[in-house]
Design a protein around this ligand. Sequence first.
Ligand code: C6P
Length: 423
Amino acid sequence: MTVEASALDAAALRADFPILASLVHDGRPLVYLDSAASTQRPTAVIQAMTTAYEREYANVHRGVHWMSERCTDRYEAAREAVRRYINASAVEEVVFTSGTTAALNLVAHSWGDAHVGAGDEILVTEMEHHSNIVPWFQLAERRGAAVKFAPITDDGVLDLEGFAERLSQRTKVVAVSAVSNVLGTINPVARIVAAARAAGAVVVVDGAQGVPHGTTDVQQLGADFLAFSGHKMAGPSGIGVLWGRRELLDAMPPFLGGGSMIGEVTVDGFTSADLPAKFEAGTPPIVPAIGLAAAIEYVEQIGVARIAAHEQRLTAYAHEHLEALTGVRLLGPPAAGKSGIVSFVIDGVHAHDVAYMLDRGGVAIRAGHHCAMPLHKRLGITASNRASFYLYNTPADIDAMLKGIDQLQEKFRKRQRRRRSAR
Ligand code: C6P
């Protein structure tokens, strides 16, 4: 991820996102700090999707009629936008899926079933999202393999020695997130890739929290597969991407069977279509793909590196102020090692109560295990709170969260005092 200095004007960009003008509960302005779950969409994306439905919609790669051809062009232009965004060498390497989860499952089934066997190992990390754990457990179960977990340090950084110790000739797959969705930790993917490839393992990068928040160049990254979701980068839900090395994708069997993914079907069997159609069975997420292309154009105009720098400033600001509060424990490394995600626990107050009470003041943060139960177990907690930032957030949003935390801590302190004096 590269970060450059020139600041973006988040306050002005907010006007591009109609939902941010919403009032919630009793007319409180929405303070949206849950972009790691799903970002909001600018008018440009909403408009591109509306236009597609109003004027350019038909099924793709099927009709010979004008509208189908036009829609197919739009859909394929979206693939080209993704290729450009991640600097893939060819559009054939860009497979549309419904999201990161679907992309990771595709690899686990198609590549995994063909290459992982009894006694083999799959190496993930303790900070993975369930989407980058469960498909590997399922693969291991099908094939008689084992899933190993590379440890993290107490401050939420991958323990590279522990990782290296678990890497061996038996390791067939290394599956790692570019950025932890809980800790915000930016993983050293280049070093992980180098070590994994030296051991002969295929590297799968879960880019759900990385690709939206930093420049991605898959040719430099050196990994074999990269998965990410449109809804975490100003695009719509229902669309995601699997990028894979062409030689690997070419050799892989299709995952789902149906229309579009075939060359020919006879009563004796079928042949597969070429890439990327081979992995896009059925009617694909057509309009979501068009929306994703509009999102990519939008963020490219702003500059992904500028977005990353802006989020880094917000993370540093949030850290500084949360660290100053008593009874608040921040999770993960110092701000400099994080993407725009800040998770914390508050002494004596359950994470769900924190999120509930902040929400009453209009502040939307996430609470729970964030689909990362092994990570929470490792940290000795069952739940945490998470504030996550995007290009439209400002320090004022963080101030609103801090004010809410202050109020709820005061409330709980008063409650404790009352209980003590009642004894
Ligand atoms: N994390 C969060 O609030 P989907 O749902 O398929 O678009 O993405 C799954 C996924 C995979 N990996 C990582 C690192 C993720 O953060 C996510 C989605 C959301 O953290 C929803 S649980």
